[in-house]
Design a protein around this ligand. Structure first.
Ligand SMILES: Cc1cc2nc3c(=O)[nH]c(=O)nc-3n(C[C@H](O)[C@H](O)[C@H](O)COP(=O)(O)OP(=O)(O)OC[C@H]3O[C@@H](n4cnc5c(N)ncnc54)[C@H](O)[C@@H]3O)c2cc1C
Length: 457
């Protein structure tokens, strides 16, 4: 391991409270985290994205430079690792670039976010964004107390900072993050202002507990090639009277400011530009797996298989075209930041929630029973009945080991716990897909549509 990777691992040796199977664990030596941490530290050592996600784009060329770096990291993880900090770093970079806009809400915001941004960039800190409230009761019953709903809120203010209690979900990659950027998604009113803060929480803050889901990691990389390397952990964050020092309280008790933070076009534009770059690679990877399966089992000649492969190709091309359109249609804002056109990014993001599950469906429809009918391990092919297995697990012009590896990869991508998690992730990571699509429609300027129809009315 190189210096940078080693420094990253070292930064996680602190007092963080990460809970797994009911026990507090040290992520740097717990076997469930080993594969993922070695993937991240290898990426740190490559150093091609670490700084680029912090680049404030001032031109189309800058935006393209950002995309090239995101593509490199996405290709290294086949688009499967979605929260390699580049998403959160992009969000931070957007708010930082737009910092003067927030002076109207809090005169200290620009200086505070600048100090944090510069420190995070200098120290290459691993960041995670966590926004959603715990899923306790989603009814719109406004009479339920914030404490009952588990909402994160300020309970006390002292000369040192604010004390907060409550919970947040879903903290993807939180257990191995250095800092958590925490703020609400909901539009709160004045009466809920204690829930309306933007906090930069150190991962080892006393009273902060990260409750991990069941790990999907594996130490058999040959049989679970994705789970063994790319299991981004997800954790519920519980804040049990956590002190957040004032320099890390970017905004507090300010619902209007938080609504502006949530809707910030620079932050969202840069973050989703990264997310769409990654999505495009992941869709391409799924198409590549589907194609390999079709060829391996001699099914590529069937018309319906070709039609399905054509659909996967079109999905990839559509997202790529939207990405390019968002870059080409970008504009320089009042502070000199070149922001991608968000309407194309939003379309790509909303399509992703449908495209990715469809890509998995196509792999299942082409791979069929072969996805499940593999030997228990690739190593079985070298066992006592090797000559029989070599004969019956082979493909059309493909030896049994290669075919088995391919189908184990496809299973890991579509149907393993990790694969299922990814289907859920692509549906939900950007919020409720139903409300996202409805929101896109509601926000659309319909003047042109009106004009097109009015001449007939
Ligand atoms: C694997 C994974 C990783 C994630 N990682 C992160 C992360 O790192 N950081 C982060 O901040 N978030 C993350 N997200 C969380 C994501 O932001 C939420 O899942 C998403 O916003 C949807 O919210 P929810 O899961 O609470 O669903 P809910 O809001 O609980 O929705 C449940 C159901 O109720 C319906 N519903 C609820 N409220 C309403 C309403 N008001 N109107 C209409 N229908 C409603 C929904 O349509 C849905 O059918 C992740 C999600 C997943 C699945």
């Amino acid at each position: 391991m190189g210096d940078k990777g080693e420094r990253f691992i070292q930064s996680l040796r602190d007092n963080r409270n990460v809970w797994l199977f009911g026990k507090r664990v040290d992520v740097t030596n717990d076997p469930h985290f080993t594969g993922t941490l070695s993937t991240i530290s290898a990426l740190y050592d490559r150093n091609d994205d670490v700084q680029t996600a912090f680049l404030v784009p001032n031109s189309l060329a800058d935006l393209e430079k950002r995309r090239a770096a995101f593509e490199a990291w996405s290709l290294a993880t086949s688009g499967v690792m979605s929260r390699l900090s580049d998403y959160a770093r992009s969000r931070l970079t957007g708010w930082y670039a737009n910092r003067e806009h927030y002076r109207q809400y809090d005169g200290q915001f620009p200086d505070k976010i600048q100090a944090f941004y510069e420190g995070a960039k200098r120290e290459q800190r691993f960041l995670t964004v966590v926004q959603r409230d715990p899923q306790i009761n989603r009814s719109a019953d406004g009479s339920i107390a914030a404490e009952e709903l588990g909402l994160l809120r300020i309970t006390k203010k002292t000369s040192e900072g604010v004390r907060v209690s409550g919970a947040k979900m879903i903290g993807t990659s939180a257990p191995y993050s250095n800092d958590l950027i925490v703020y609400p998604l909901a539009k709160w009113g004045e009466e809920q202002k204690e829930q309306s803060s933007m906090l930069l929480v150190a991962a080892d803050s006393p009273g902060l507990h990260m409750i991990c889901r069941e790990p999907f990691s594996s130490n058999a990389a040959g049989d679970h090639p994705l789970s063994a390397r790319f299991d981004e952990m997800d954790a519920l964050l519980i804040f049990d009277d956590v002190l957040v020092p004032w320099e890390r309280v970017l905004l507090h008790e300010n619902p209007d400011a938080l609504w502006s933070i949530k809707n910030d076009k620079v932050s969202s534009g840069l973050a989703y530009h990264q997310a769409i770059t990654r999505l495009q690679i992941k869709l391409e990877f799924a198409a590549a797996v589907a194609n390999e399966i079709a060829e391996t089992i001699g099914a590529a000649g069937y018309l319906h298989v070709q039609e399905k492969m054509g659909e996967l190709l079109m999905q990839c091309q559509t997202i790529k075209a939207l990405l390019i359109a968002s870059e080409a249609g970008g504009q320089v804002d009042a502070y000199g930041t070149y922001i991608p056109d968000f309407s194309y990014i939003e379309t790509a993001r909303n399509l992703g929630a449908v495209y990715y599950p469809h890509a998995l469906e196509v792999i299942q429809l082409i791979g069929a029973g072969g996805l499940i009918q593999t030997p228990s391990s690739v190593s079985d092919l070298h066992g006592d009945v090797s000559h029989l297995l070599q004969k019956y697990f082979k493909g059309a012009g493909t030896d049994a080991v290669t075919r088995t590896k391919l189908f184990k990869l496809a299973w890991d991508l579509t149907s393993s716990p990790l694969g299922s998690r990814h289907e859920l992730y692509e549906r939900y990571y950007a919020g409720d897909p139903i409300r996202n699509k409805a929101g896109q429609y509601l926000a659309h300027d319909k003047e042109r549509w009106k004009t097109m129809v009015e001449r007939y009315l």
